[in-house]
Design a protein around this ligand. Sequence first.
Ligand code: ARG
Ligand code: ZN
Length: 476
Amino acid sequence: PRAAAPAVVLAAALVLGGAGAAHAAPGGPGPRWVDGATTSTDLYFPNAGNGGYDVADYDLELAYDPASGRLDGTATVTLTATQDLRSLSLDLRGLTATAVSVDGKPARFAQTPPPEDGRGGELVVQAAPKLRAGTQHTVTVVYGGVPGQPLDIEGANYGWTSTADGALVANEPEGASTWYPVNDAITDKATYTFAITVPEGLTAVANGEPVGLPVTADGRTTWTWRASDPMASYLSTASIGDFVQTTSTGPGGLPVLDFVDADVTGRALEVTRASLALQPDMVAFFEGVFGPYPFTSTGSIVDDDSVGYALETQTRPVYSGYASEDTVAHELAHQWVGDSVTPDTWRDIWLNEGFATYAQWLWSASRGGPTPQEQYDAVYGIDAGDDFWSVAPGDPGAADLFDAATYDRGAAALQALRTRVGDDAFFQVLRRWTTENADGSVSTADFVALAEQVTGQDLGQFFTDWIDTPAKPSGY
Ligand code: ARG
Ligand code: ZN
């Protein structure tokens, strides 16, 4: 229903043209073959992500058997080489590749075991013929295994997490490789198609919208989904369960697709249904703050409490156990801040959590809850000696991505900015941030630059105090 912004299409074309042009001139430099890096440049999670190529699309055919916990897949990855590649690496861990081809030709490959913490693992593919920079290729991987119960750096369940009746899939920050071969870099956004086969009677839900009706044969049903907007891999999901589907419509005919586990009952179900019913109003409210909703549908996956948190999986956040109004507002706000506008390194996580928390404050104030200033006062009232102030939102450390600093101190920083620059400038900054960076990747420096441009103020020291310093700032 909503067309992609033409500017984005144009930008993508320019990037491809630019990369290809280096080799297009006759008599230009010859190829310089390299093995694509098995690491990314991320400051916190270099084992996630790889070098030498840029993924455009993932086509994932998955089959899951909840009884045995076995996952089988065929992943077709469409990518453009950004270097002259002899080999390239995809992130894949805990699963075994059995066949790999490049552009339809069988390719040699090897899997390296994950490092000691278990959160790595590479599938290195030899390309024959080699891949010239600027050219597009498809890498197809047949793989399978039992994902087990993957744990993130904090020891929380993530990735492909099995549940009583299926799986709840939440990858943040680098759990996507527990279920498909991926360039698990926060900067490499791609479109996705999912075809997920499950025992008849179960429902499989992914990002985007359904393609056709589910197809059942021999006691198994295949659910196909297409996510047509660029998406970072940590926001992909393919959750499976005994879900009850409800469909409604948001502003401008936006499809709202909700999937609630049949085991969510009683008070949890009441709260969940009341929260989900507010999604159309929330979309309209956040459009007033951030500009047009950035994707082609929205909704939810509410599963049993096997993961223990909610995640802003693109177009279709996942919730564990139930969905409160505050949490639904938070995950929905993330569609603008986090999903469409994504930090270019995990260190800048406050650009997700601080902004979504601030948006949640705006929503609850609009519903008669505390004002953002009251929320700020509560945060700022925390004693200067408290541990709370010892984490800088702009560099929390890999194990503290979800510390209160990135959420509450990040949001308080935005309220402090608002007080300092006034409502007009503040809301202009927010709106330009989300509209001008839609589908893009950003840094804290980009935000500071935009705020300084809009306000004409020097805000360097302000952001240093609020975002970069592990101590209580002196106020606005
Ligand atoms: N980004 C999610 C949210 O704010 C939270 C993810 C928490 N993950 C975790 N391992 N604690 O909604
Ligand atoms: Zn969040």
